[in-house]
Design a binder for this molecule. Structure first.
Ligand code: G3P
Length: 217
């Protein structure tokens, strides 16, 4: 399972990179709006910082505009993946871009029907916003499980990307469901490492060592 980091913040990306656990980055218009400055410079800097795939989203609502935007965005790096909103116009753009050899990530998706369309259109990734579904009292992970089954049934190569992650259980359940990628907020990446028994166990080891041998190195 690959981990992407869901942020447009360079500092978070640099720090997460140091742990060697991050395979790529996803951004979106909201995340970029929080960074201020020139969004083009920010996108370019992220693509330079990261070796793996970086999802950059288009903001047009028609296929022609999306494709024109994509042609500019791919210039930011060979690792650019074009994020396309889950619209019928978006499906048209995904088909055109995939025929041009451009990788795509269909985003703001919530249903197996949408995922089926995205796969038919030739999307590289489908981004399921599971946290937002949970927020509506609909179990987001059910949708992920259904999509994994549908893609397996027909051998679709579109990768299932679990997005809108709120807590570590989302990552565990996504892994159990066989999702290909989880895009993780910086805070949740660190939560994955946490366990009170780990803290207690390490504390005990440290105390015993210090009692017997003095200061630790
Ligand atoms: O990157 C897209 C997705 O992860 C957005 O998540 O937190 O805005 O629901 P959120």
């Amino acid at each position: 399972m690959r981990f992407f980091i869901d942020t447009a913040n360079l500092e978070e990306i640099r720090q997460a990179k140091e742990y060697g656990l991050i395979d790529g980055v996803t951004t979106n218009p909201t995340l970029l709006s929080r960074e201020g400055g020139d969004w083009r410079d920010q996108m370019r800097a992220i693509c330079e910082e990261v070796d793996g795939p970086v999802s950059l989203e288009v903001v047009s609502s028609n296929a022609g505009g999306m494709v024109e935007e994509a042609k500019e965005l791919v210039k930011y790096g060979s690792n650019v993946v074009i994020k396309i909103p889950m619209l019928m116009e978006g499906m048209k753009a995904v088909r055109q871009l995939s025929e041009m050899g451009v990788k795509t990530n269909v985003t703001v998706a919530f249903s197996p029907a949408q995922a089926l369309l995205a796969a038919k259109a030739g999307a590289t990734y489908i981004s399921l916003f599971i946290g937002r579904l949970d927020g509506l009292s609909q179990r987001g992970m059910d949708v992920v499980e259904q999509i994994v089954t549908i893609y397996d049934n027909y051998g679709f190569e579109t990768e299932v990307l679990v997005a809108s992650v709120r807590h570590p259980m989302h990552i565990i359940e996504a892994a159990l469901a066989g999702a290909d990628v989880a895009t993780i907020p910086y805070r949740v990446l660190f939560q994955l490492a946490e366990h009170p028994m780990t803290d207690l166990g390490i504390k005990q080891f440290d105390e015993d060592w210090e009692k017997a041998f003095g200061e630790r190195g």
